[in-house]
Design a protein around this ligand. Sequence first.
Ligand code: 5AD
Length: 373
Amino acid sequence: MNKSSFSSLGFADLAAGENLGRAELARILGATEPAEIEAVRAAAERVLLENCGDGVYLRGLVEASNACACDCFYCGIRKSNRNVHRYTLEADEIVACARQCAEMGYGSMVIQSGERSDKKFIDLVAGAVERIKAETRSEEEPEGLGITLCIGQQTYETYKHLYEAGAHRYLLRIETTNPELFAKLHPEDQIFESRVECLVMLHDIGFQVGTGVMIGLPGQTLDDLAGDILFFRQHDIDMIGMGPFIPHPDTPLGGEPFPDVKDRVRLALLMIAATRLALRDVNIASTTALQALDPIGREKGLKFGANVIMPQVTPQDVRRDYQLYPGKPCLEENAGECQSCLGMRIEFAGRKIGYHQWGDSLHARKRRERTKA
Ligand code: 5AD
């Protein structure tokens, strides 16, 4: 352990970071010296290994539809972007992707889409979830694949319906927890407080709840990012997915100046590490957006404290139509190629793949034990 670089950040022991406050987290996020960054990384990796072990859990990612009713100023599939060819997979196609996940030993999948709340779409997702739970049972996975949904803000009734269909995790990024910044990134009808309410509802219903933010948004400060980590703690969040903001040319924020890519990757990695130091037992994904900026960005994410990876299983012919930001990797590979490439990448990071497991976060498991007791 490199004490001198800890002390240059002003900490006696970063790995005892459970009680890190806002100013301290902001200071970690501002590390620029290689020795300081390495000290933060090593501490985060140690906290991860001690708390969660060396497993990396896989969630096969199916991008079920790029149709979206929202107009977020940063997102490539926002409804006003006329350059996008819109698609929605059939239930059979989603189920086929799930079967592929099960065959490849991914214990879980994520069904992600643009935000739509029309009955036809919700029925499609709920129907697919029911079929997947029934059709992916096996000796190795008696309860079928674990299913995470990521389909935006919905009503309590819709969330409940989806939970009862068999999904047990839900991801809804808050994007930023600074309400003023949130308001600058979204049209007036998208309200910060309603998104927070959705996170509360999801917990109430029984979902394991994930959220996350974009890192490096125009106007975002280190203090904002430190506040994001405190928000995750305050809201008892089980899973975190965060990635660097990447301007998309067909959006209102497309012309934002883009700081040095290396700086942006460094900040995203420090955000993963700071979150691991502060939250300890949650699942943190090493996201595709990191790899869009750095060919080994996802491996680096694992070394900075992440323990989840979401390999692509979206059918190849529509992958290109689901581009939230430019530079999305893995557009040409098929699901099998993504699997073997990822296997090598995870081993390269010195970790083990948790095949045939749901890979729920320890944080969620502990809460379940508490409520059972
Ligand atoms: N850069 C990085 N991430 C983005 N997302 C949307 N647009 C961008 C962008 N331009 C993220 C948002 C959203 C998730 C699905 O993708 O955080 O919640």
